[in-house]
Design a protein around this ligand. Structure first.
Ligand code: AVJ
Length: 313
């Protein structure tokens, strides 16, 4: 069995600087990658089980029903690279069909990633598993030192690309193309534009799990930065912005208040928001154009239940 885990400390170092910069900006914002501390990862898994949040289930069903066709379109792959692999559940489904020699998974939640990735090396003899605990937006290129020779596939499922603005998405997909190298491919899953009411429900589940996920960010800042947020004085607020084509998540201040973070004071007006996430939704051709700007050409696409998977070469 072949398993290696490398931890890049970058994500931890950036938290304080990113939070101070985000709170000083107007509108106030914090990057969504900071949702994923240990309780945040658990809450995200719970979101995926909510009846209103169909995204994860739909993609899993799409991949299961189209796997033979997807595998045929991909051809022989030596190395699968998955940025933001989380619990590695999606990679597992691909391994069954593609039998690559290497799987490289990256995630900002490094220790959870290592725990999830190691069993893959045991379950697939002959597969080399490399787990990189990193903020891949920052450190992606460092992965190339760990890649074995052969044809590469970058797998980016789960509509994670929706967290990036179109310009950021083009920049990231360009870097994926360089990492994939000659004859490299990109298999990417994203949520399609649909009835705003349906999107609204997906980010405002009745059980309040998405609200807890959003508010957990404040608990994290209190714990890790000694910040003094009172979570009871903020409310989860998520809505679909049809002009920008994205779900926006915010934490709205329920009072005029001043919050201390690392010996700095930040003022919130009543009703002022801290913007915590964008989740872009795309038309199929809209996404194709973004990938095209990044130098990718569409090879094939699959669609099911308001979700799309596209293959680029
Ligand atoms: C992991 C970024 C795809 O945007 O739907 C779920 C995160 N945020 N509910 C998404 C999320 C609120 C999710 N992504």
């Amino acid at each position: 069995m072949s398993f290696e885990f490398l931890d890049f400390p970058s994500a931890r170092d950036d938290l304080l600087n990113d939070v101070l910069a985000g709170l000083a900006a107007r509108p106030k914002s914090i990057p969504p990658k900071y949702f994923y501390d240990e309780p945040g990862c658990r809450l995200f898994d719970a979101i995926c089980e909510q009846p209103e949040y169909a995204l994860t289930r739909t993609e899993r069903a799409l991949m299961a029903s189209h796997l033979p066709g997807i595998a045929a379109a991909l051809g022989k792959i030596e190395c699968i690279i998955e940025p933001g692999a989380g619990d590695c559940g999606k990679a597992r489904a691909l391994l069954e069909a593609l039998h690559p020699a290497q799987l490289v998974v990256m995630d900002i939640a490094g220790s959870a990633l290592a725990t999830a990735a190691e069993p893959l090396a045991r379950d697939y003899p002959g597969l080399a598993v490399t787990a990189l605990g990193m903020d891949f937006v920052r450190d992606l290129e460092a992965a190339s030192a760990h890649l074995k020779p052969g044809r590469r596939l970058v797998y980016y499922p789960g509509s994670s690309i929706g967290n990036f603005s179109p310009d950021e998405a083009i920049a990231l997909l360009t870097r994926f193309r360089h990492l994939a190298g000659p004859a490299g491919q990109l298999l990417i899953g994203f949520d399609l534009k649909k009835d705003p009411e349906q999107l609204h429900r997906a980010y405002n589940d009745a059980a309040g799990i998405t609200a807890a996920f959003n508010l957990n960010l404040l608990a994290r800042l209190n714990r890790e930065l000694g910040a003094e947020f009172d979570p009871a004085r903020f409310r989860h607020y998520a809505f679909y912005n049809p002009v920008a084509g994205r779900i926006e998540m915010h934490l709205v201040s329920l009072a005029e208040q001043t919050v201390k973070v690392a010996n700095q004071r930040f003022h919130f007006d009543l009703g002022e928001t801290l913007h915590t996430e964008n989740s872009y939704k795309f038309h199929r051709d809209e996404f194709n154009a973004i990938a095209g700007e990044a130098g990718w050409s569409r090879v094939n696409e699959w669609e099911q239940g308001g979700f799309a998977v596209q293959l680029f070469g």
